[in-house]
Design a protein around this ligand. Sequence first.
Ligand code: SF4
Length: 196
Amino acid sequence: MTDSPTPTTQASLNRKAAPKTDYKPADVSAVRRYRRRFVVRLWAVRHSRALEWVYKQFADLFLLLHPVWKALGYQRVEGPVKFVERHVKGFLFDCRMCGQCVLSSTGMSCPMNCPKQLRNGPCGGVRANGNCEVEPDMPCVWVQAWNGSQQMVENKAILAVQKPVDQSLRETSAWLRTTAQAAARKEAAKTTETPA
Ligand code: SF4
């Protein structure tokens, strides 16, 4: 049996059933337009190991700058940092600004792009071609997450159970949060090391 090059999806059925009009976009289908949106996201997963390294350098630099963020005030720098974070991560990962980033554990595949927003692996509805059951044209973010994670140095991180999404953190900066948390851990470690 040979695979059909264009699988029947709800979207294709809807298009077939739609009334015919005079406007027929030249050489562009809704599916192709949609697929284009996944190109960069899938590239990020394929290059997860390199991006893991880049992110580590970036996180170290941000931590080094903790005194600067503190002096300026985390709240004051939040606006510009969030602006950059939204655009950089939006372009690379289709980031939804959940504020509690898990890309380092999920092979650089953002789980917030899962229509069910699952944070601990795929549902039972992954299609045979590895696509999502809700959005048939979209590769399942968790299939991608597993592929990406297996290329990374921290390839076991995907097995850690993630907490449910804290919706109150939406639209906040994961970069600043992670930095402030790492700085607090560093300071706490220093305090416990200091002899009484
Ligand atoms: S996990 Fe959250 S912060 Fe990270 S890329 Fe996805 S939506 Fe953005």
